[in-house]
Design a binder for this molecule. Structure first.
Ligand code: PD2
Ligand code: ZN
Length: 286
């Protein structure tokens, strides 16, 4: 099935839904399939309700979609070219509506990038990801970089950057996870994924006890490769160049693919890539 550009609830879409339902597929599965095909959540739910009167109360759709939450947002009313963050003037380079995404320039100075790399280098280990089946951590074949985490407020540089990020994104510093540093060598990558914790996984409730869901990601580029290594957003058909000092920010107001925040780190083809990632939670993260 292919999503239409303007996304009206077409007769073709309604026929397809009826066929799926007659084939015995439940409303949740049909909704998931429509979202995967690129329909927005609003259109998909309207089409379901119109085509499956038995589900017209929308309860299946409501169950399939986690609740919407407030997310960090930079102050971009009036489309300013620059944002003041207290100690640094950040450039607004590019914005996308779906996913909610902004590319920033001049977020970090060269010396801040160098200092983060120097502090992180001796502490690097093969990257782990949170294992949503149990809430623990595991080595992940989809992520071939090396990484480490700074504690929040660990040193003066980290404190300064955390305060800058909190001002830039209008989100409490206490809701941020510790800064993560990743180092990619040629051939390494981070396959496309969502950064929120999958509500369907059994380990997720225990992860969420610490600060709730992740609601946004800020990826800062510290060291640029010569070739490759962009941050890719396949659903938005967007690739952000890993330019030193720049950053890409994206927010997800529900833990669901309808946010179109699927993203990955493309393989580094030459040189080395260094990033710092700040994940932001709904609430205070301890
Ligand atoms: O290195 C990247 O570009 C990248 C891509 C996807 C980083 C992350 N995800 C992440 O840190 O979550
Ligand atoms: Zn990610």
């Amino acid at each position: 099935m292919k999503a239409a550009q303007a996304q009206p609830v077409t007769a073709e879409l309604r026929r397809w839904i009826v066929q799926q339902s007659q084939a015995g597929h439940g409303a949740d599965l049909i909704l998931k399939s429509m979202l995967t095909s690129g329909w927005t959540a609003e259109v998909a739910i309207a089409a379901l309700q119109a085509s499956m009167p038995g589900h017209a109360d929308g309860s299946a759709s409501a169950q399939a979609l986690p609740p919407r939450v407030t997310v960090p947002e930079p102050s971009l009313e009036g489309s300013p070219l620059y944002l003041e963050t207290g100690d640094r003037r950040v450039c607004v380079l590019q914005s996308v509506l779906q996913p909610r995404l902004h590319v920033f320039g001049n977020l970090l100075s060269d010396s801040e990038c160098d200092a983060l790399i120097a502090l992180a280098r001796p502490r690097l280990a093969r990257s782990l990801t949170v294992q949503t089946t149990t809430g623990g951590e595991e080595i992940n074949a989809d992520r071939t970089s090396n990484g480490m985490f700074f504690q929040r407020g660990e040193n003066e540089l980290i404190k300064r950057l955390e305060a800058r990020i909190a001002r830039l994104l209008n989100w409490p510093l206490e809701n941020g996870e510790g800064l993560q540093i990743l180092h990619y060598r040629p051939g390494t990558e981070y396959k496309p994924h969502y950064d929120y914790f999958d509500p369907a996984e059994p380990g997720t409730p225990s992860i969420l006890r610490r600060g709730g869901q992740r609601v946004a990601t800020l990826i800062m580029y510290l060291g640029e490769p010569e070739k490759g290594g962009g941050t890719i957003f396949p659903e938005a058909q967007l690739e952000v160049a890993p330019k030193r000092g720049n950053a890409v920010f994206f927010a997800y107001d529900r833990a669901h693919p309808s946010t179109r925040t699927l993203h990955g780190g493309a393989p580094v083809l030459a040189g080395e890539k260094w990033i710092a990632t700040k994940w932001l939670r709904e609430r205070r993260f301890e």
